[in-house]
Design a protein. Structure first.
Length: 538
C-alpha cells in the first residue's frame, strides 16, 4: 500500500501521511489519505517531547479541541478525530509519541492569498464570504465559543471555494455577560478593548475582527494599522470623524454607501455601541442575496490560476535570488544613506489625509497573557494549516491616489511575467517615470548608463532591495496589439517577496495610463531576448 502513495509515505493509525502542508515549532501538518476510501484529510501532528506537556498546556490543547468538537457548521473546519497517543514513524524505524489531530482538508487555500495575489473582491464576492463568515462566527458564539483570532489567514477555502473558519488556537469558552481578559490574537485585527486590561465582551471583539476582514475584502488593504489613538485612521473613528476616515480610504478603493454604513457600525470603538451579529444579518447591505455556488466557483477558479502563477513566479525569483553572488545581492547600496521611510507614521491628530493607506498585516498571532483565562501556552501554531500563518512580516499596501485600487490589475495584462511591464513610452520617458516613482517613495537608488536602477526601500516589513531595467522592445508581429516602445523588468534581490510584489503594484499604478498588454509573442519572454538600450539611446 505504501508504494501506491510513494515510498516516503508514513502510516499513522489508519492514515497515510504524505507531503508536508505546513510546519511550526513543535508540529507539522501533512496531507493524509485514508487508503480504504482515498479520502484526503489534514493531519496535524504535535510532538509530545517538543510540547513538553504540563497540566496547564495540556488543558489548553484540550480546550481548543473541545471548542472545535462543539462546532458543527458548514463554514467551520471540521474536527474529524483526535488520537492523544499516536505513534508517528521516524526515519530510523522508531516511533515518536505524538498527538494526532485529523481535520477536514481545505484544498482551496487561504483567503489571504487571493486578496494578496489578485486584489480586492467586488461587493458580490465580499458579501457572499461575509455571509458565510458571520454565519460561522455567530454559530460559534451560540455554542459559547469565542474565536479571538479572526483574520484572512485563518479563513480557508474548500475545493468549491466555500469559506472554512480555522485555527481555534486562541479560542475560549464564555458565558453570558462574563468578561475575558487575555490580550491575544493579531494586533491589526484585535478590538481596541482587548488591550485595555479591564476585560472585554468576547463576541463583540470577534465582531470587530469581522469588520476588519470585510474592509480588507473590499479594499485589499486594512482600515488602520492597529486600533490605537496613535494610528491616524483609528484616531478618526474614535474621535467622531468617520468622514475623514472614509475620505482617506476612498482615494484608493470604492465602497457603496451601504457597505460604508455597515463597516462604520462594526468598527465602533465602543463595544457597547457596536452592532451585533443579529443586527448585521438584518443590515441592508446583507439583504442582497449572495451569489450562486457556480458563480463563486467560476470567479475564484479564475483567481486561483493567478494565485498559482504568482506563487510559481515567486519561487523562481527566490531561486534566482539564492543563486546570486554577494555582489549582486547588496547591489552596491550598503553605503547609501536612507532618505525616508515608506508608509512613515502619520500625525494621528492631524486632519490632513495620509499619503498612503495602512499596511496589510500577515503577522504571527502572539498572545500577551494578562489574566487567568490563559494558561500561558503559546498555541499560535496549534491548529493552523500553513507555516505562513506564523511568519512575522507585513505587506506594505502601496497605492496611488486613484479612485479605485483595481485600476491596475496585473492579471488583466495577459500572460506576461508578473514583474514585467510593457509601455507606450520611449525608454528614456519610462526610465524617468520609474525614478520619479522612487523619489515619491523616498527610496535610496542609483541608476547606471544602461537604464538600470538599483533601489533600497524601508517598508513596514523591513528593507526591500530591487532593481529595474528598461529595454527597447522590437516591433511586434501582432497586428491586434500596438507594439510598445519599451519594457521594464523588476527583480527582487533582498526582502520579503510579498513586499516586493506590492511595490511592483505601486509602480504599475504610477504607470497605469501608459501600460499596454504584452503582445502574444512576448508572453513570459526571457529578458535576455530583449534589445538592451545603449547609453544615450533615445
Amino acid at each position: 500500500m505504501r508504494q501506491k502513495f510513494g515510498k516516503n509515505a508514513k502510516k499513522v493509525g489508519k492514515y497515510y501521511a504524505l507531503e508536508t502542508l505546513g510546519e511550526g515549532g513543535f508540529s507539522k501538518v501533512k496531507l493524509g489519505v485514508v487508503p480504504s476510501s482515498n479520502e484526503k484529510v489534514a493531519l496535524k501532528i504535535l510532538k509530545k517531547d517538543k510540547l513538553q506537556l504540563s497540566t496547564s498546556t495540556r488543558t489548553q490543547v484540550e480546550r481548543e479541541i473541545n471548542a472545535m468538537a462543539k462546532i458543527q457548521h458548514p463554514h467551520v473546519i471540521r474536527l474529524k478525530e483526535v488520537d492523544w497517543d499516536a505513534q508517528y514513524p521516524k526515519r530510523n524505524g522508531q516511533t515518536e509519541s505524538s498527538i494526532l489531530v485529523v481535520l477536514e482538508l481545505a484544498q482551496g487555500g487561504e483567503l489571504f492569498d487571493f486578496l494578496s495575489y489578485t486584489g480586492s473582491f467586488d461587493e458580490s464576492i465580499a458579501r457572499t464570504y461575509f455571509h458565510q463568515l458571520i454565519s460561522a462566527v455567530d454559530y460559534c458564539h451560540s455554542q459559547g465559543v469565542a474565536h479571538r483570532d479572526l483574520k484572512p489567514e485563518n479563513l480557508l477555502l474548500d475545493d468549491k471555494f466555500a469559506l472554512k473558519l480555522a485555527d481555534f488556537g486562541f479560542s475560549n469558552a464564555f458565558s453570558g455577560a462574563n468578561l475575558l481578559y487575555t490580550e491575544c490574537g493579531t494586533a491589526g485585527y484585535m478590538a481596541p478593548e482587548m488591550q485595555s486590561g479591564a476585560g472585554y465582551d468576547a463576541p463583540a471583539a470577534d465582531i470587530w475582527s469581522c469588520g476588519v476582514i470585510l474592509f480588507i475584502m473590499l479594499a485589499s488593504f486594512p482600515p488602520f494599522q492597529r486600533p490605537s489613538m496613535q494610528d491616524w485612521w483609528f484616531n478618526k473613528l474614535a474621535s467622531g470623524k468617520p468622514h475623514l476616515f472614509w475620505m482617506a480610504h476612498e482615494r484608493n478603493a470604492q465602497f457603496s454607501p451601504e457597505a460604508k454604513d455597515l463597516i462604520t457600525k462594526i468598527l465602533n470603538p465602543d463595544p457597547k455601541q457596536r452592532i451585533s451579529a443579529a443586527a448585521i444579518k438584518a443590515h441592508p447591505w446583507l439583504q442582497v442575496p449572495p451569489i450562486s455556488d457556480t458563480d463563486l466557483f467560476r470567479e475564484l477558479s479564475r483567481r486561483k490560476s493567478d494565485v498559482d502563477h504568482g506563487k510559481a513566479e515567486e519561487r523562481k525569483q527566490q531561486g534566482a535570488m539564492d543563486d546570486t553572488t554577494d555582489e549582486d545581492t547588496d547591489g552596491g547600496l550598503d553605503d547609501v544613506v536612507m532618505r525616508g521611510h515608506v508608509g512613515s507614521e502619520e500625525d494621528p491628530n492631524a486632519e490632513n489625509l495620509p499619503r498612503f493607506p495602512p499596511a496589510m498585516s500577515r503577522m504571527a498571532a502572539v498572545p500577551a497573557v494578562r489574566a487567568s483565562d490563559a494558561s500561558g501556552f503559546d498555541s499560535s501554531d496549534a491548529f493552523g494549516f500553513s507555516s505562513s500563518s506564523v511568519q512575522d512580516f507585513e505587506i506594505e499596501g502601496l497605492h496611488s491616489n486613484t479612485p479605485s485600487a483595481s485600476l491596475f490589475d496585473v492579471a488583466a495584462l495577459g500572460p506576461a511575467c508578473y514583474t514585467m511591464l510593457y509601455t507606450s513610452l520611449t525608454p528614456k520617458q519610462l526610465n524617468a517615470s520609474i525614478t520619479a516613482s522612487l523619489d515619491a517613495l523616498q527610496a535610496s537608488y542609483s541608476v547606471d548608463d544602461h537604464m538600470r536602477a538599483k533601489a533600497r526601500l524601508i517598508t513596514a516589513g523591513g528593507p526591500v532591495t530591487l532593481s529595474s531595467q528598461v529595454f527597447a522592445y522590437p516591433e511586434s508581429a501582432t497586428t491586434s496589439t500596438p507594439a510598445p516602445c519599451s519594457v521594464v523588468t523588476f527583480r527582487r534581490f533582498n526582502g520579503d517577496s510579498i513586499q516586493f510584489r506590492q511595490l511592483f503594484k505601486f509602480f504599475g499604478q504610477q504607470l497605469r495610463t501608459v501600460v499596454v498588454p504584452a503582445p502574444e509573442a512576448a508572453a513570459c519572454t526571457e529578458i535576455e531576448s530583449q534589445v538592451e538600450i545603449e547609453p544615450g539611446a533615445a
